[in-house]
Design a protein. Structure first.
Length: 318
């Protein structure tokens, strides 16, 4: 069904309060520069409640709590409690891919799966072991056995990624079809991923393989990205995504810089910054929570690996 922004006035008011708990750039810098993990955890403050397992800080359980709390609180105030679940499908896809690769590699999926999706990590691993994928959305459930078959025939793990990723975004488009605002947001996400995939392939000298890795369903036709170099991609995007096109024209611009520019456009093009209430505002808030979870996972992982500040900053979106 189509919704009116006024259907989300109360939810938007609550989100305005929740937004004050999101981590600022200043807080991210403090987390990165903290002298110890204990000091870093203490800086999480109102953003999320740290979870400890057997006395040790558990980043995955903490992030699960962060994401679950955000989606649960929003669900309490909107007409359809599952309206925004599609935003978590990318986590489901990542877990499904990891579990399938673990199975074909003859190893356990423990430590490879992450919380925050709509299917629990343990359930994702069990689905792959049993061959029953009913817990997943329709397209992912159908794609999983085909991904296993494709890998068995080619021994190419990329076939697993492509099959599951395409299915995940098909599921997202299906779920978002309830409202044009949500559909447009998913299409923007597909465009952003296609830009980054194209740059990655072009920089690796694999232009011939571009069509095999691109996602269907975005605003920009797939043919937009089937070019031979960055300059051609910049020309194809010019006037559509000017800031990204400018970066693409700069041979020294890194994939991380381009990624940040494309993801910045996601927020700008939803129009959320111009409306005090409505679907776009809630989508923007939940997107920010998911980005925060991703950033925190990267920060704590790279801190544990003794990465320097510049390396961490290159890998997060702030």
């Amino acid at each position: 069904m189509a919704y009116k922004d006024t259907d989300f006035m109360y939810a938007s008011a609550r989100v305005s309060v929740f937004e004050t708990r999101l981590l600022t750039r200043e807080k991210y810098m403090q987390l990165i520069d903290a002298a110890s993990e204990k000091d870093a955890v203490s800086l999480l403050g109102d953003a999320c409640a740290p979870v400890y397992t057997d006395g040790a800080f558990d980043i995955e359980a903490t992030l699960e709590g962060l994401v679950d709390t955000a989606f649960t609180e929003v669900a309490k105030s909107i007409p359809d409690a599952k309206l925004f679940d599609f935003m978590r499908y990318e986590f489901d896809a990542n877990n499904l891919k990891a579990a399938i690769k673990a199975k074909v590699g003859g190893v356990t999926a423990d430590g490879m799966l992450f919380a925050c999706g709509t299917v629990a990590p343990a359930a994702a691993a069990e689905a792959v072991e049993s061959g029953n994928f009913a817990a997943f959305p329709k397209h992912m459930a159908a794609a999983a056995p085909k991904a296993l078959e494709a890998y068995a025939a080619t021994r190419d793990p990329q076939r697993i990624d492509l099959a599951v990723d395409r299915a995940a975004f098909a599921d997202m488009l299906d779920a978002a079809a309830a409202d044009k605002t949500l559909t447009d947001a998913v299409k923007l996400r597909i465009d952003a991923i296609n830009v980054q995939s194209a740059v990655r392939m072009l920089d690796a000298g694999k232009a011939a393989g571009l069509s095999a890795v691109l996602l269907e369903g975005g605003n920009l036709p797939v043919k937009t990205f089937t070019v031979t170099d960055r300059a051609a991609l910049a020309a194809a995007l010019d006037e559509k995504d000017t800031e990204v096109a400018v970066l693409l024209a700069d041979a020294d611009a890194s994939l991380a810089e381009i990624g940040r520019a494309t993801e910045k456009l996601l927020g700008e093009k939803t129009g959320a910054q111009f409306v005090p209430f409505g679907l776009a505002k809630i989508y923007a808030y939940l997107s920010a929570v998911l980005a925060e979870a991703k950033n925190l996972r990267i920060i704590f992982a790279l801190r544990a690996a003794h990465a320097d500040r510049d390396t961490i900053l290159q890998n997060i979106r702030v």
